[in-house]
Design a protein around this ligand. Structure first.
Ligand code: CA2
Length: 159
């Protein structure tokens, strides 16, 4: 997936959806944990949901921590008002991702397909969660949709 390209010219709310490492494997492996939907399926649904309210939803997946951080750094200048992020395994380890999100000071919701609290102990801790507006875990793909819906309402109230 290439880095998202968008214009800040439009006044429509822009939401960035970030998918962390290995989430490109969705729908291909481990369907019992992560479901049958591919990342493209998820992104397509989110684009439709955003478009229905006149908003724009851009998605970016990377297996590279630095690429995710660069994308976060670029977000404010590109008119992004909110981030929905599934940081994947970086959730549990990345001070750098936490610092990037704090650095741009954009509101974000952390989403996990699986219930990280019902899994191995090392997945119970998130280095991002206390900085998030909210955290959704264990609701599968619907978790992204709930997060996006909340973000759209949040941005509409502030417009
Ligand atoms: O439940 C989630 O959404 C996670 O963020 C997924 C991460 C995991 O490290 C987190 O603890 C919880 C793993 C993403 C890997 O996704 C795969 C999908 C299909 C096959 C293999 C991996």
């Amino acid at each position: 997936m290439t880095a998202p390209k968008f214009s800040a010219a439009s006044s429509a709310p822009h939401i960035l959806v970030l998918h962390g490492p290995n989430l490109n494997l969705l729908g291909v492996r481990e369907p019992t944990i992560y479901g049958n939907d591919s990342l493209a399926d998820i992104d397509a649904r989110l684009v439709c949901l955003a478009q229905a309210t006149g908003a724009t939803c851009l998605s970016f997946q990377s297996n590279n921590e630095g690429a995710l951080i660069d994308c976060i750094h670029a977000a404010p200048q590109k008119g992004i008002g909110f981030i929905v992020i599934n940081p994947g395994g970086l959730t549990h380890s990345s001070v750098a991702l936490r610092d990037a999100l704090s650095g741009v000071a954009l509101p974000f919701i952390e989403v996990h397909l699986s219930n990280i609290h019902a899994r191995e102990p090392f997945r119970h801790r998130s280095l991002l969660a206390d900085q998030a507006v909210g955290v959704i875990a264990g609701l599968g793909v619907r978790g992204y949709e709930f997060a996006l819906t909340w973000a759209l309402e949040y941005l509409q109230k502030r417009s």
